[in-house]
Design a protein around this ligand. Sequence first.
Ligand code: APR
Length: 249
Amino acid sequence: MSADALAALIVDHGSCVVLTGAGMSTESGIPDFRSATGLWAEVDPFEVASIDAFRRDPERVWRWYGGRIQALLDAEPNEGHLALAALERGGHVRAVVTQNIDTLHTRAGSEEVVEVHGSIRRAVCPMCGLPETLDAVLEQLEAGPVPHCRSCGAVLKPDVVMFGELLPAAAFARAEHLARDAGLLLVVGSSLQIWPVAGLPEETLAGGGDVAVLNAEETPFDPRAALVVRGPAGATLSDIAALLVEGAT
Ligand code: APR
């Protein structure tokens, strides 16, 4: 069984670092981006999720993000998120590096979470750098199309990495260190098509480690993985936790 093979690989390596993508949260009702039912099948990401679009038409970007924030807030961690938190408590997962902005890993109880694409928790002022809480942003969105900085009045930006932006330097440096130092990097629910995150498995190989992939569809890295499991993230991770962590069922 696939969970058995992944569990054995984790035990062989002592522990693993997990790299997650949107496929981790589809079982929480949050669509991913590139599968047939993904968000980018309905809307052009460069019209709603790029820094150029934000500068050109912030109202359009906030209309799209406003709907997305509500969907993310309504979502709950699924059995996969809970399993990774249990595996961390059991010493089998060292950290989770996530591309997801939905905060579900933290809400599930994972402690070492590196958010390399930011999070919906905050917005930030692109002019003066002042952060703003999500509650204050949602309050402003009730009254108008875009939130403004309470200090300089500029239109706030969601604190997530948009196409055309650099990743948060400290977070990505930590992710690179974790990947290079990992004996095993377990990639879960990512198409591994977006750089620089798609380069993290390479860091693990360069550091002498192995890579395993748990994903519903093929990824470009599959041919170089020590193990590829084609299956659902939630059930598979839950089975691994049941095998490795006392009372995790
Ligand atoms: N179990 C396992 N795999 C799944 C599941 C599931 N329940 N649901 C979806 N998947 C797989 C899909 O088949 C797909 O290959 O997860 C993968 C998700 O890939 P993407 O939609 O490309 O998401 P991701 O890799 O996280 O995208 C990276 O792109 O648009 C940007 O910033 C955005 O962080 C995102 C980045």
